[in-house]
Design a protein around this ligand. Structure first.
Ligand SMILES: CC(C)(COP(=O)(O)OP(=O)(O)OC[C@H]1O[C@@H](n2cnc3c(N)ncnc32)[C@H](O)[C@@H]1OP(=O)(O)O)[C@@H](O)C(=O)NCCC(=O)NCCS
Length: 256
């Protein structure tokens, strides 16, 4: 894959096309979003229904996140599939976007929170990703009582008070990655999906909606919790960071 490391951090994509993830591998792209960045390039990649959806979003930040993330998704799909970004047909199943092509050559899922977008790709099966900004204003004590199973809540309560916020978001991102992988999202009661709260836990198994899922917490930075989940077992997550200064270049780069 033509990704050149940037000494200042981040990665620059030098080749047009990307190699599809190998069996047992997930590709995770995490982009830094800067609310000051122009959205014109990303907007040009969107289809009319996506533009209309962006217009309906009342919050400027939510609109910005949606446009940039959807533009990036389309650009990455262009490179994986070698098709122009704007021509790629997407479907939506209970809100979960997927490729209209049947059989789909690639599975993916998308998340965004505050100033991060995360997109995970797999060669097949069901995948999910979640990224969560560790928002200090969130009352995690109250939410933990609502969304954690008994076992999860016990681990949370037994932990040091200072670590609980991190623990809550780590657990929540793992849970949501599973709920998004199966495609039901929060239609399924979050308590019924039990995850490990241990920090740095490697891939572990979860049972949700009568199915087994493989989950891994991903280290993005101190301000975010992130996790990926898949029904097919994976042994590697290849993670790439797209720094703000590279995002526009990436969106402009055309597939030839
Ligand atoms: C899917 C869901 C968990 C996303 O939660 P979130 O924290 O707001 O948002 P995230 O950033 O993690 O994910 C958003 C992305 O998930 C994807 N998504 C949407 N619905 C999805 C689903 N059912 N399964 C998997 N992925 C989904 C979309 O790509 C969306 O991004 P986009 O709108 O820019 O395309 C949540 O919106 C949900 O459960 N929705 C379905 C049920 C519902 O609408 N309930 C009302 C509230 S209870």
């Amino acid at each position: 894959m033509g990704v050149r490391a940037d000494p200042r951090g981040g990665a620059t994509v030098t080749d047009s096309n990307l190699t599809l993830p190998a069996p047992g591998e997930l590709h995770l792209w995490v982009a830094e979003l800067d609310m000051e960045t122009e959205t014109t390039t990303a907007l040009d990649l969107l289809q009319s229904d996506e533009r209309a959806r962006a217009e309906r979003l009342l919050s400027t930040a939510a609109r910005h996140r949606f446009i940039m993330t959807r533009g990036l998704l389309r650009k990455l799909l262009e490179r994986y599939l070698e098709q122009p970004a704007a021509d790629i047909q997407l479907t939506s199943k209970q809100g979960k976007p997927g490729l209209a092509q049947d059989p789909a050559p690639l599975s993916f899922n998308v998340a965004h929170s505050h100033r991060r977008a995360a997109i995970v790709f797999a060669e097949g099966g069901n995948v999910g990703v979640d990224v969560e900004y560790l928002d200090r204003h969130v009352d995690h004590e109250r939410l933990a009582r609502r969304v954690f199973s008994e076992n999860e809540y016990r681990s949370y309560e037994e932990s040091e008070t200072a670590t609980r916020q991190r623990m809550f978001f780590d657990a929540w991102s793992r849970k949501e990655a599973v709920l998004k992988a199966c495609g039901h999202g929060l239609r399924l009661p979050p308590r019924q999906t039990e995850v490990s709260l241990a920090p740095g836990e490697p891939v572990f198994m979860v049972r949700s909606a009568g199915q087994r899922w493989h989950v891994r917490g991903i280290n993005v930075n101190d301000d975010y919790a992130c996790a990926v989940a898949a029904d097919n077992e994976f042994t590697a997550v290849t993670q790439r960071l797209i720094a703000t200064r590279h995002l526009d270049d990436m969106l402009q780069h055309s597939c030839s």
